[in-house]
Design a protein around this ligand. Structure first.
Ligand code: OAD
Ligand code: ZN
Length: 243
């Protein structure tokens, strides 16, 4: 890591008071949650079209649920890491703050974050496919697929699958923050999934400074103001550290 550039980025962080953060699976990888596209990423071993689309759910709800139950059990054992804690600290440091996460694991909230929009939903929430009721259910289901108490239809994980759109309220809140922030910090996302992949460009167009952290270069690397190659669990705490 370039120490001089880190000092510059620290100064930027101290000066800005309207801060927005965008996170992806990489920020949870140090907690033991697998990413999607990296080495050992979920999409290297599983086909998203068979597990993360509504068509797949209609075809084989049991298979989809077995996969989600496995992920829920895995995530349940994971704890927030220094990335999550640093981002929670940012919320406390800044007058205007919003965290936009693509992660469904809920680890940001467990680290304390409350100003957070989970644009891809939350793996602990389920939604009835008929009456649209959303419930938080964080226990294991004895019988899969689980059914709705109100109408008897199947419940699905309340996450955004491929081919589905982000709930309007989440998107509006994100867009408001991206167009009014003066600093966007992007961490642990590959930048291949829309619309989040465009968020850095939206912030740049609105004259925000953009800092990105990833263990490898991403498609945004050349566009952003400061790009740090390294683990978010190391770089984010040092970005906000008071020296
Ligand atoms: P990806 O798995 O596509 O990307 C994870 C990124 O994190 C990669 O760019 C890694 O290089 C980086 N990374 C891994 N470990 C890191 C660490 N310790 N510190 C910093 N960076 C690290 O995950 P996302 O970009 O979140 O959507 O994927 C976006 C969406 O695609 C997900 O929300 C999911 C997936 O399909 C749905 O399921 C709808
Ligand atoms: Zn129902």
């Amino acid at each position: 890591m370039d120490a001089l550039e880190l000092m510059q980025a620290r100064k930027v962080y101290r000066q800005k008071n309207r801060v927005c953060v965008l996170t992806g699976a990489g920020v949870s990888s140090e907690s033991g949650v697998p990413t999607f596209r990296g080495e050992d990423g979920l999409w290297r071993n599983y086909n998203p079209m068979e597990l993360a689309t509504f068509e797949a759910f209609k075809r084989d709800p049991l298979l989809v649920w077995e996969w989600y139950q496995w992920r829920r059990q895995l995530i349940r054992k994971c704890e927030p890491n220094p990335s999550h804690r640093a981002i929670f600290q940012m919320e406390n440091d800044k007058e205007h703050f919003l965290l936009i996460t693509q992660n469904v694991d809920g680890l940001h909230k467990r680290a304390g974050s409350s100003k957070v929009v989970e644009i891809h939903g939350n793996i602990w929430d389920v939604k009835c496919i008929t009456c649209d009721h959303v419930f938080t259910m964080d226990h294991d289901f004895e019988n899969l697929p689980p059914v709705c108490d109100d109408c008897g239809s199947f419940l699905r994980p309340n996450v955004v699958w491929f081919g589905e759109t982000i709930p309007r309220e989440s998107l509006e809140k994100s867009m408001d923050a991206l167009s009014s922030c003066d600093l966007l910090i992007v961490a642990g996302t590959s930048g291949y999934v829309q619309p989040a992949a465009s968020f850095a460009q939206i912030a740049l167009r609105n004259r925000a400074t953009v800092i990105e952290v990833n263990i490898e270069k991403t498609p945004n690397a050349a566009l952003v103001d400061h790009f740090f190659v390294g683990k978010s669990g190391e770089i984010l705490p040092s970005l906000i550290a008071e020296q």
